[in-house]
Design a protein around this ligand. Structure first.
Ligand SMILES: Cc1ncc(COP(=O)(O)O)c(C=O)c1O
Length: 451
């Protein structure tokens, strides 16, 4: 346990003067400064003044096994002492990278048996998109390049992944996006279904996909990418029949399906992988985050046997990869992390405590500014609205997000607050007592900010 004492005021000043924070209002940050976190244990983190918080966002949806795991420190230390780095370029490999690829092949459902490593989610999606195009191109179909994704989809913010991401606020001010990315509506019943029942809503979403394919031409479309449950775009849980129907349409038109399991992988939705919630089989999968529970930066892309067989066909180089593809320390930590996930069955806990937490949060449903409370496993959201009948969003000038953030932090809780609500994604080891504390803090914050 760290016993260091910190000079919080000095750290805050240094941060303001020298750090450029991602996805942050830099204007406001220069005035407020950061909340500086010094250590963590289980589902809790502590700031530099010793204040305790429930980490209700598991870092960034990724600290699945919780903080302070000495087993993972040990795995990293042992690998650093043995061989801190070797690449996977030029036919080189290390035992942890090989063992992790084999472990992922055994874990991931269906014929996804071949893995390429990256350093995170956006790199995984860049890789997945490029492999989809490569797969068609090496078969003599280089015009099959377009990528379908959904509005409110989040696939990371490197250039290719950014273009697949369907949240326009991430696009502004960064110039033209690469071409060939087309977006469908999200399966977001609360806002997009209108008066339609679930079956009719899914019919409408499928018709939209069919129309897009007819308009663009299946011969120009490489793949569709989607998160089994959309995360950063607002924890959008699709109707149960949505994915099986979409997958069937893609198959009929010979369009690959890329499952972006960067959040949903490794137990978060209450099954080991998100596709298992819906019984679908992707051709390509992107993973990251929970693969190491955030203890090391690592991502991976898995491809099916069918894609692999094509990739080894031409006598040519696969000209893609990153220096840290298959970093041995990250892979060693991932292997140990996956062992913990399996041995402690944190996936079942995510299903059980996630359902309990959803029940507790749904106590807020009658509140005049709570539009919907929804979730799957340990991915949840309390969506807030200015007018419940009209489902009107809050005027950004009211600063509802920052106010909710201050009110939750005041109550010892870290979650992701925006003008549209509070997203919650705790470590998968959360206990019911901690879920009660989390729900209580959110209820208190909503009442304080919204009355
Ligand atoms: C579904 C999904 N895909 C991709 C990414 C991008 O991952 P990274 O931030 O590691 O690049 C994220 C990040 O939150 C994500 O939620």
């Amino acid at each position: 346990m760290a016993t260091t004492t910190w000079n919080t005021a000095e750290l805050v000043q240094m941060d303001i003067e020298h750090m450029l924070h991602p996805v942050t209002n830099l204007h406001q940050h220069a005035r407020t400064g950061p909340l500086v976190l010094a250590r963590g244990s289980g589902s809790k983190v502590y700031d530099t003044d010793g204040k305790e918080y429930i980490d209700g966002f598991a870092g960034l949806w990724n600290v699945n096994v919780g903080h302070g795991r000495s087993e993972l420190a040990e795995a990293a230390r042992t690998q650093i002492e043995t061989l801190a780095f070797a690449p996977t370029f030029f036919g080189l490999a290390t035992p942890p990278a090989i063992e992790l690829a084999a472990k992922l092949a055994a874990m991931y459902p269906g014929p996804v048996n071949h893995f390429n490593f990256t350093s995170g989610g956006a790199e995984s999606n860049e890789t997945a998109i490029k492999i989809a195009r490569y797969f068609w191109s090496i078969q003599g179909r280089p015009e099959k390049v377009k990528i379908i994704s959904r509005l409110q989809g989040y696939h990371g913010i490197a250039m290719g992944a950014l273009s697949a991401t369907g949240i326009p606020s991430y696009w502004a001010h960064f110039g033209p996006r690469p071409e060939g990315f087309i977006h469908l509506s999200a399966p977001y019943a609360y806002r997009n279904a209108g008066d339609l029942d679930e079956a009719a809503f899914v019919d409408k979403l499928c018709a939209e996909l069919e129309e897009m394919i007819a308009r663009e031409g299946a011969g120009t479309i490489a793949a569709m990418i989607g998160e089994p449950v959309q995360g950063a775009g607002g924890v959008i849980v699709p109707p149960d029949s949505y994915w099986p129907r979409i997958a069937e349409i893609l198959r009929a038109h010979d369009i690959l399906l890329i499952a972006d399991e960067v959040i949903t992988g490794f137990g978060r939705t209450g099954t080991l992988f998100g596709v298992q919630q819906y019984g679908i089989q992707p051709d390509i999968v992107s993973i990251a985050k929970g693969i190491t529970s955030g203890y090391q930066p690592l991502g991976a892309v898995g491809v099916s046997d069918r894609i692999y067989q094509q990739m080894i066909e031409p006598d040519q180089m696969f000209m893609h990869g990153f220096t840290y593809s298959g970093h041995p320390v990250a892979c060693a930590v991932a292997l140990r992390n996956i062992q913990i996930i399996e041995e402690e069955d944190v996936t079942s806990n995510a299903a059980k405590v996630g359902a309990y937490l959803l029940d507790r949060l749904q106590e807020l449903s009658p509140h005049q500014n709570v539009g919907e409370v929804r979730g799957k496993g340990m991915m949840l959201i309390v969506e807030v609205v200015a007018d419940k009948g009209a489902k009107a969003k809050f005027d950004p000038a009211l600063n509802i997000g920052p106010k909710l953030q201050a009110a939750t932090r005041e109550r010892g809780l870290i979650v992701r607050c925006s003008n549209d609500g509070i997203a919650i994604a705790p470590p998968l080891i959360l206990t019911e007592d901690e879920a009660d504390r989390l729900a209580h803090a959110i209820q208190g914050a909503v009442v304080e900010v919204l009355g």
